[in-house]
Unconditional design. Sequence first.
Length: 257
Amino acid sequence: MHMKSFKILTLLLGFSIIFAACKEDEEPAPNDNSNNTTDEVPAVYKKIYGASEIYLDGDFVVIKTQGIPDHKSPYYKNTQWSDRYEAYNGTNSQFHLNPNRITETNSTYRIPLNPVEVTSGNQSTSLGPMGISLNGVAFFNQYAGPNNQPLTDEINSFDQYNGHPQQAGVYHYHLEPTWLTASKGKNALLGFLLDGFPVYGPEEGGILVQESELDDFHGHKHATADYPDGIYHYHVTATDPYINGDGFKGTPGTITR
Ligand SMILES: [Zn+2]
Ligand SMILES: [Zn+2]
């Protein structure tokens, strides 16, 4: 090898080592959040404390969860989480335990990072997860089954925290997640629907939000503590349709499990 090309090679090698070292410095520093998030994830999503992992993938926020509640439930009966079992102690005299038990479900939600309101052809929600709450539990819609069957009978199987598992053991909330509103506040952010728009509690400024203040999709737009510039958001109410009305205000992302 000529001395000259050897020198160039050494020089190139030196540069690439320096370059590699710089690149390493640019890697986001790990933070001490319990749910595995990176610094590029906006703070509002880090409120989803039940997620096992949260990261950005292009224009989507990817949220991974096992989907089991961090509160007690009669539906933990005879499961590996027997320490989380608690007999029903709610106020519904019609309560009956359904035959399903809570199981872990590895779910991956991909929701738009910058949700956009669509003005026509809004997609309806489907049976199954339509969103994720802060503790990683799924939000389900206002129907018990196909053909828009109302929740009338199913409500009697909701535990003291307003949730229950379906046939595959996926625990979910159709109504206000009272464990979260008790710990975070009646006006707090409770989670997100698949279209990326946030879900808030039943109150605003200490006053119950009325159905009449909400549109057909069960939301409206104004500034919130998490979005000072204003954002469309859903509200949980005590009356049907509870969380979502006629479908997604924005274009939904996906859920895989
Ligand atoms: Zn259900
Ligand atoms: Zn509002």
